[in-house]
Design a protein around this ligand. Structure first.
Ligand SMILES: Nc1ncnc2c1ncn2[C@@H]1O[C@H](COP(=O)(O)OP(=O)(O)O)[C@@H](O)[C@H]1O
Ligand SMILES: [Mg+2]
Length: 467
């Protein structure tokens, strides 16, 4: 292939704007892992023909390959909204959902893609989705319709209607929000993370609980906190638990709600989400994978996206309404994509690094995960020792792997066989920790664009500056 690439490169020197050549070259680069070169070639095709579907798909694919999942999702969704019959975009989105662990949604998109184009069948995706049932509402169009419709409140859309924790009001459901509740989770449900919990107490809980004190000094309570760190280390979990800890309402917007608003060009919905949070104060408004919204990617910020970002920023500034008692938490794995405008005073002006758990932290997480599972003689510390660099999500994967193994045996014998520490250690040996790759990217940003000491905590963690 490398030879082929050389030949193509030569050909391109003679005919630099030849779209088919550029596409061939880009495809070849992707296969060789030359992601930046691939992106550049696709971009050159797009310079001439901005709506070139294959080239747009290529850029999205390259983003996914370089770990920019939310960027890949934004791009794939845009392609699908411009070209609803593009099966390849469905498959790419399916793959993105698999990366994000949302298998039912991935299955729905995969099925949709195949309906559009049978020949796209992908054994790799099928293997990942084996036995998964499609999510009922996950057709992208359907979801967009749900978000833009102003239908009335429907009790039946509340899945766990047995508790009365849901504040009244249909807007949340019309908006298709991932989460709107008073979480039962609290800090006890989160293993380890002691330093982060302490920071959250100081920066979030204490101010909300002593609002009068702050008022006396004419300081506002609320505002924004940005959590960042490698994937799977508990950012989403601790945010939800924080709301539970202070018995605040928790309104969560996941990546897809953000993307849907973006693509649906619906700043109005953004306003409604903030209104909902204000009406239900004290509340935590949680933007998961906020980089999808706050991305410093000028190409994406033109047109529709721009309006939504402006709407978000002005809601956050409380320009028109008072955000008293509304705390906004954003979480991101890719803080380097966050536009500095989002970090100005009054916006996400406080940041918290959520590192991978240390050994005692891992032992506590193992304790939390092991609850309600048939396990004999669990030795969390022995297992934690064998799981260096593992995130909380990695530890959960270890339990899943070991459980699968034991289930196979159980099915053969027809008896429940409890998990042992040995099974878990064996499973851990087969699992590759996911946090290392993150630090490779983070290190570059931390060393070369550490404006205002934003990444000091990362550098401390890596031992590159003193604690
Ligand atoms: N500290 C923790 N205690 C218990 N479980 C954890 C912890 N951190 C992560 N997990 C597990 O990993 C999963 C993914 O964590 P999540 O909060 O979504 O990570 P992030 O948002 O940082 O990517 C959680 O749903 C939980 O099962
Ligand atoms: Mg998360």
């Amino acid at each position: 292939m490398a030879q082929n690439l050389d030949a193509l490169r030569l050909a391109l020197q003679h005919s630099p704007d030849n779209a088919p050549l550029l596409m061939l070259y880009a495809e070849g680069c992707l296969e060789e892992g030359l992601i930046e070169d691939a992106t550049k070639s696709y971009q050159r095709v797009l310079n001439v023909d901005p709506m070139h579907t294959e080239a747009r798909l290529g850029v999205a694919r390259a983003a996914l390959l370089s770990g920019k999942t939310s960027e890949a999702a934004v791009r794939a969704e845009q392609i699908l909204s411009d070209t609803p019959d593009c099966g390849a975009a469905c498959l790419l989105l399916a793959r993105i959902h698999i990366t994000e662990g949302d298998l039912p949604k991935a299955k729905a998109l995969y099925d949709q893609g195949l309906t559009l184009n049978r020949s796209l069948a992908d054994p790799g995706i099928e293997k990942d989705l084996h036995g998964v049932k499609a999510a009922g509402d996950s057709g992208a169009d359907k979801k967009r319709a749900a978000i833009t419709s102003s239908g009335s409140y429907q009790e039946s859309t509340v899945t766990d209607s047995d508790d009365d924790n849901h504040p009244r009001g249909g807007a949340a459901f019309d908006l298709g929000l991932a989460d709107f509740e008073k979480p039962k989770l609290n800090f006890d449900s989160v293993g380890g993370m002691e330093a982060v919990k302490e920071q959250i107490r100081m920066k979030i809980i204490y101010p909300l609980q002593h609002a009068e004190l702050f008022k006396a000094y004419d300081k506002k309570v609320g505002g924004g906190v940005l959590l960042y760190g490698p994937p799977g280390c508990g950012k989403t979990l601790i945010s939800k638990a924080t709301a539970g800890e202070i018995k605040a309402n928790f309104i969560a917007l996941g990546l897809h709600q953000i993307l849907d608003m973006w693509i649906g060009n619906s700043e109005k919905n953004m306003h409604e989400v903030f209104e909902l949070a204000r009406q239900n104060a004290p509340s935590i408004l949680f933007f998961d994978e906020v980089d999808a919204l706050a991305a410093d990617r000028r190409d994406l910020r033109q047109s529709a996206g721009r309006n939504l970002i402006n709407a978000f920023l002005s809601e956050m500034d409380g320009a028109e309404c008072d955000n008293e008692g509304v705390l906004i938490i954003g979480a991101t794995n890719a803080p380097w994509h966050i536009d500095p405008a989002f970090r100005r005073p009054g916006r996400f002006d406080r940041t918290l690094f959520v590192p991978p758990p240390d050994e005692p932290g891992r032992a506590s997480i193992i304790d939390v995960i092991a609850k309600n599972k048939p396990i004999t003689e669990l030795d969390p510390r022995a297992l934690a020792k064998k799981c260096e660099n593992f995130s909380g999500a990695d530890l959960k994967a270890v339990f899943d792997l070991a459980t699968e193994e034991v289930l196979n045996q159980a099915m053969r014998t027809g008896k429940v066989i409890p998990l042992t520490t040995k099974d878990l250690i064996k499973a851990a040996a087969t699992h590759k920790p996911t946090t290392k790759a993150w630090f490779e990217s983070a290190k570059n940003y931390a060393m070369y664009s550490n404006q205002g000491g934003f990444y000091d905590d990362v550098l401390k963690y890596l031992g590159l500056i003193k604690r």
